[in-house]
Ligand binder design. Structure first.
Ligand SMILES: Nc1ncnc2c1ncn2[C@@H]1O[C@H](COP(=O)(O)OP(=O)(O)OP(=O)(O)O)[C@@H](O)[C@H]1O
Length: 258
């Protein structure tokens, strides 16, 4: 397994948002985390990626215990993520947003900037080249010099992918990548995720769009009230009674899922 959690737990005061969860994320596969609203999906992402300290349990990445590492260092190890509401600078260009993503991999400091050192110039060039490469990968070359505020919702999703990819990750965590876009655009993002896997990346995503998940995921983990209630292939999950009861069977989320 590329990432493995054991007894992973996150409590906010009296509320246990993630409760003793064991999850394995396999290299080169698409793993989906599903579950009703408030099930603990985003919190699980936040503890794995170091945005929140864990209450209990461990996270192992490539055989290394990363439980206590904070977000910046987890990102440096090769775990990138996107957020539910895209986390872009609206008044900057698409290209500049992606260049900022790549700064994680550069070393120049304030003195390099003041003195315009050769290292700074080289790293600026490398960041721009990397940005061009990932923007081409996500299909945004034409939009690269437009302000983020001027591009479509779908293009913003692609730009958020590009920012994550610019950090040269091994695995990308995508939090509801298809929220707020139409079915055709959702197909486009599905293809992009497949392309990421074809290029050797590992993908883990949270999504409410069931049709998309069933089509794309190799492995599905189902959370409910912080606990893992099931995992398996899309077919196994669709036929799992506990899941049907908790999630697919009734209530608002079932309607959302159609
Ligand atoms: N920073 C926080 N402080 C306190 N409680 C939180 C915090 N973040 C999440 N929670 C609570 O933890 C529980 C799980 O929330 P989480 O956002 O992880 O669920 P989710 O499955 O991602 O839901 P959704 O599908 O609605 O995004 C919820 O009850 C939520 O209110």
């Amino acid at each position: 397994m590329l990432i493995e959690t054991k007894d992973l737990t996150k409590a906010f005061g009296g509320l246990t948002a993630v409760d003793n969860v064991d999850v394995g994320i396999e290299k080169g596969k698409i793993t989906a985390i599903i579950g009703p609203n408030g099930a603990g999906k985003s919190t699980l992402f936040n503890v794995i990626s170091g945005f929140y300290p864990t209450t209990k349990g461990t996270v192992v990445f490539n055989g290394e215990d990363i439980t206590k590492k904070r977000a910046f260092n987890v990102a440096k190890l090769g775990i990138a993520r996107t957020f539910q509401t895209t986390n872009l600078f609206e008044q900057a260009t698409v290209m500049d947003n992606v260049i900022v993503g790549h700064r994680l991999r550069t070393k120049s400091g304030v003195f390099d900037a003041l003195l315009r050192t050769p290292r700074l110039k080289r790293e600026e060039r490398e960041s721009r080249e990397k940005a061009e490469e990932v923007l081409a990968f996500v299909g945004l070359t034409k939009e690269s010099n437009r302000l983020v505020s001027d591009i479509s919702q779908e293009a913003k999703k692609r730009a958020a992918f590009a920012v994550a990819l610019a950090t040269d990750p091994e695995v990308v965590f995508l939090d509801e990548p298809a929220a707020g876009i139409n079915p055709d655009e959702t197909d486009g993002l599905t293809n992009l995720m497949r392309k990421m896997v074809d290029h050797g990346l590992t993908v883990c995503l949270i999504e409410h769009k069931m049709q998309m998940i069933m089509e794309i995921a190799d492995h599905i983990v189902v959370l409910n009230q912080g606990e893992k209630i099931a995992e398996g292939t899309p077919e196994e999950i669709q036929n799992n009674d506990t899941v049907i009861q908790a999630y697919l069977g009734g209530g608002e989320d079932a309607a959302d899922a159609q």
